[in-house]
Ligand binder design. Structure first.
Ligand code: FAD
Length: 283
């Protein structure tokens, strides 16, 4: 196995709803900080529902760990003033990286809500407002965004975000490395040169994973699904199998020279740490 202890890694969290959850999250961040990640990131609830909690969580994690921490920011349902205010707040707090997204559509809300309809418009707006103040990450979909009319259009739309000024991209999670390699190949043909970091989802709970995957269009291969179903509520076997499958996926990606690895932690340290340890990543 080729391991690269200098390969940039990053970890994503969601803002906790309770005080106990917030304390647990800070503990998780502290444990993951020992791997010396490039950055942490904190998600943004649909249509700004976690606006203040996202910002507060970003500041708390950054103050505690000293690791650069990036807020996610979605534009759906927001107006430009609200976004400009958030950008100013982040500048004031020395935040210099943002994950810029359209965001998920809450039910009943059409694309017409808000002044910015797609992530490329948000990237453009952030560049207009703040120049190069922020390093901007955007989302990429090797298995195609579920609302895209087809793969070609989805790739063109991805390119719009790059052309608008995105510095780097993080993919939706996937379990089939070939989908990522094929996506990269298609990006290269369009002269898309920004780093495209694979997003990695550790496997810890089949029911939750199946629900998430249905919603975001990530395919769980039949052999993984069948094996997880067979384990039922045997958490130890799911953990062992999940760690093995995801370690192998990361090895394949790293051996092909990916520019980094981004973990969807679901606010848990151990599943990501186990994979990082197996791969001898982190410093
Ligand atoms: P876009 O890039 O705008 O694409 C959305 C859809 O519209 C695609 O089908 C695309 O093909 C199409 N499209 C794009 N631009 C155009 C255009 N100009 N004209 C016509 N069609 C277009 N969701 C949250 O709510 N909060 C989060 O914090 C969050 N974090 C995420 C982090 C990562 C790394 C990823 C991969 C996803 C995250 N999501 C988050 C989910 C994301 O918001 C959803 O997948 C959302 O449905 C699309 O967001 P986007 O930024 O990719 O949108």
């Amino acid at each position: 196995m080729n391991t690269q202890s200098s390969l940039p890694i990053s970890f994503e969290f969601f803002p906790a709803k309770t005080e106990a959850g917030a304390e647990k999250l800070l503990n998780t961040a502290k444990k993951l900080a020992t791997t010396n990640p490039e950055f942490f990131s904190v998600t943004y609830g649909a249509a700004g529902s976690t606006r203040d909690r996202t910002a507060g969580t970003v500041f708390d994690i950054k103050n505690l760990t000293n690791i650069p921490t990036a807020p996610h920011l979605s534009c759906i349902g927001a107006n430009k003033n609200e976004i400009a205010e958030l950008l100013a707040l982040y500048q004031k707090h020395d935040i210099n990286r943002i994950v810029a997204l359209r965001g998920d559509l809450p039910s009943g809300m059409g694309l017409a809500s808000g002044e910015l309809r797609y992530a490329n418009e948000l990237v453009e707006f952030i560049r207009e407002q703040s120049g190069d103040q922020f390093y901007l990450e955007v989302a990429a979909y090797p298995e195609i965004h579920p609302q895209a009319p087809n793969a070609e259009k989805d790739l063109e739309n991805f390119k719009r975000k790059v052309d608008a000024g995105a510095n780097s991209a993080i993919t939706q999670y996937f379990f089939n490395a070939d989908s990522y390699f094929y996506f990269i190949e298609r990006c290269q043909k369009l002269n898309i040169e920004i780093p495209i970091i694979p997003g990695i989802m550790p496997i810890t709970n089949y029911t939750k994973l199946a629900r998430f995957s249905d919603a975001c269009g990530a395919e769980i291969p039949r052999w993984i699904r069948k094996q997880l179903e067979a384990y039922g509520d045997d958490a130890a076997s799911i953990k062992q199998f999940g760690e093995h499958v995801i370690t192998q996926l990361c090895e394949k990606l790293i051996n092909q020279g990916v520019p980094g690895v981004h973990f969807y932690t679901l606010n848990q340290a151990e599943p990501s740490l186990a994979i990082v340890d197996n791969l001898r990543l982190g410093k």
